[in-house]
Design a protein around this ligand. Structure first.
Ligand SMILES: Nc1ncnc2c1ncn2[C@@H]1O[C@H](COP(=O)(O)OP(=O)(O)O)[C@@H](O)[C@H]1O
Ligand SMILES: [Mg+2]
Length: 243
């Protein structure tokens, strides 16, 4: 059996009287791509914020690589190998593309030369080398999303949490990015993937977790999920064609 890299155990998050996540549990085994899907407002981004220490949990716990990281801070989470991208991308707009990616690499090295080398390798993987000296703020949304991914990869993560990385991309860009994500996984990085594009989700994920109304509705393989009547009723819609 594969080793559990991430364990989310009965996680709940309340904002005042509002429940954003209620008693959600699931695991991510090493080497897998796990999809997290569900209607808008079902708690997907909040779950990422809780796992990576941007929000404190109301109750429950999170284990990473065998260690309890329930109260971890985001910078520490990144140092131990867990990094996320943001649904609303956050490049440092005045810096160039290379400098933005080097910021990720500086979480693991203090050497500017080393960080430059790591950053250039990630830009190469994403086909963005020629944009190294472009100002990050001027990039179109599709490239800002890839820049976000390059910066996350430059931290050398064991687990990458992607929040709607394909949002705003056209079909060709989405297919390209899916191929890149597959390569990243084959390079040994485990991935949790929040996405609405079901072609991307079913094409990439080994397992899918479905959230609905702050709770886990079900989890299973892509074909379990796309054929599940509750998931069709809650999220996919009646017109969805079973993959
Ligand atoms: N900082 C916050 N303060 C108050 N409520 C929040 C905050 N962040 C998220 N929420 C609430 O949590 C719920 C889940 O939101 P979110 O995690 O963004 O959903 P999703 O990513 O699935 O669309 C929503 O009702 C949202 O309004
Ligand atoms: Mg979200």
């Amino acid at each position: 059996m594969k080793k559990k890299l991430l364990e989310i155990i009965s996680l709940s998050k309340h904002f005042g009287g509002n429940t954003a996540i209620s008693n959600v549990s699931f695991n991510v085994e090493e080497g897998l791509i796990v999809g997290l899907i569900g209607p808008n407002g079902s708690g997907k981004t909040t779950l990422f914020n809780c796992i990576t220490g941007y929000y404190s949990l109301t109750s429950g716990s999170v284990m990473f690589d065998g260690h309890d990281i329930t109260r971890i801070k985001p910078d520490k989470a990144c140092r131990i190998g867990m990094v996320r991208t943001w649904q609303r991308v956050k490049p440092l707009g005045n810096l160039n593309v290379l400098e933005n990616v080097m910021i990720g690499a500086f979480s693991k090295t203090r050497s500017a030369g080393e960080s430059r080398k790591i950053a250039l390798a990630q830009l190469d993987l994403l086909g963005m080398s020629e944009l190294s000296s472009n100002t990050a703020g001027d990039l179109p949304i599709g490239l800002k999303k890839k820049l976000e991914l390059a910066r996350a990869l430059a931290t050398s993560p064991k687990l990458l949490l992607l929040d709607e990385i394909c949002g705003g991309l056209n079909n060709t860009e989405t297919l390209e990015l899916m191929e890149t994500i597959r390569i990243i996984r084959n390079n040994g990085v485990s991935i949790v993937f929040i996405e609405h594009d079901m072609k991307a989700v079913t094409g990439l994920c080994d397992r899918i977790v479905v959230l609905k109304s702050e709770q886990k509705l079900v989890e299973g393989t892509p074909s379990d999920i796309t054929g599940n009547h509750d998931v069709i009723a809650a999220y996919l819609g009646k017109g969805y064609k079973h993959a």
